[in-house]
Design a binder for this molecule. Structure first.
Ligand code: CUA
Length: 304
């Protein structure tokens, strides 16, 4: 089988529905027939029946064949979503609280998945923190992203368009916001984008700003002074903040050391009014990247 996941799942769903409706019809009709035919007024004395070998064989063989057929189609369909064809475009998907990161073979990283139409795309999924689940309703496919493990999903997009992608495994307060898009592009447009588009963006955007997006900081920390799931980071550097550590409130100055602590040990002291939910970036950010991020945060000044 070489169909797209939505086609494969649709066909099997239809097959199971047809089998179920036919069986329901047959059972209902025979039930009504037996109720009328063997009503106690017609048969006050029940007859003794010894069984029927032919019937026994028949109602064992037919359901077995049906179930095996369903298994066959289910299994071959499942394989089309798991086996990676040699020609497949490979994308690494990383889930984290609370955003998705897509990495292409040439190093491009994005927050939205772009794929070409008519070509198999193999996604390898993993998670940085807890279990998430990458769910593409339009493709009828859903695969868990598990920390310390890689899982796989093969897509065969058949139509150009924009589709929803979401997280289908409760993963914390911002679970519902792990929404992104899958953009299915014409092959040429995809290649052009892959070669140039994002690269240009990569070269022009300052590194700190890029890291802030790529590492997912932006999904919780706003940069406009308004409260998000975490505190806004606009104009934070050099300010005094009230933090809670071990149940005690303290005032601290948001200097470089404070920012570094907040990145690597976010829950040692938590800004008052916010829940202690930030995942530590230990092992996720190199020291150099942390420095760049801190430099970026220092530059985020409020407009006078
Ligand atoms: Cu990630 Cu729910």
């Amino acid at each position: 089988m070489n169909g797209s996941s939505e086609r494969v799942v649709g066909d099997i769903f239809l097959l199971i529905a047809i089998v179920s409706v036919v069986l329901l019809g047959m059972i209902t009709v025979s039930m009504i027939y037996f109720v009328l035919r063997y009503h106690h007024r017609k048969h006050p004395e029940p007859a003794a029946i010894q069984g029927h070998t032919g019937l026994e064989i028949l109602w064992t063989v037919i359901p077995t064949v049906i179930v095996l057929a369903l298994f066959y189609y289910g299994y071959t369909g499942f394989r089309t979503m798991k086996e990676v064809p040699a020609s497949a475009i490979k994308v690494k998907v990383t889930a984290r609280q609370w955003s998705w990161l897509f990495e292409y073979e040439n190093g491009i990283r994005t927050e939205e998945l772009r794929i070409p139409v008519g070509k198999p795309v193999a996604l390898t999924l993993t998670s940085q923190d807890v279990i998430h689940s990458f769910y593409l309703p339009a493709f009828r496919i859903k695969v868990d992203a598990v920390p310390g493990m890689t899982t796989r999903m093969v897509l065969r997009p058949t139509r150009v368009g924009e589709y929803d992608a979401l997280c289908a495994e409760y993963c914390g307060v911002q679970h519902a916001y792990m929404l992104t898009k899958v953009k299915v592009l014409p092959e040429e447009e995809f290649q052009r984008w892959l070669q140039s588009g994002e690269k240009k963006e990569k070269e022009t955007a300052p590194k700190g700003e890029r890291l802030f997006k790529e590492k997912g900081c932006i999904s919780c920390h706003r940069l406009d002074g308004k409260g998000g799931i975490g505190p806004s980071l606009l104009g934070l550097f050099g300010k005094e903040v009230t933090v809670v550590s071990d149940g005690n409130e303290r005032r601290v100055v948001a200097d470089e050391a404070y920012l570094r602590r907040s990145i690597f040990e976010p829950n040692a002291e938590v800004v008052k009014g916010f829940p202690p939910i930030m995942p530590s970036q230990k092992g996720l950010l190199t020291d150099e990247e942390a420095e760049i991020l801190i430099g970026y945060l220092k530059g985020l000044k409020e407009k006078p």
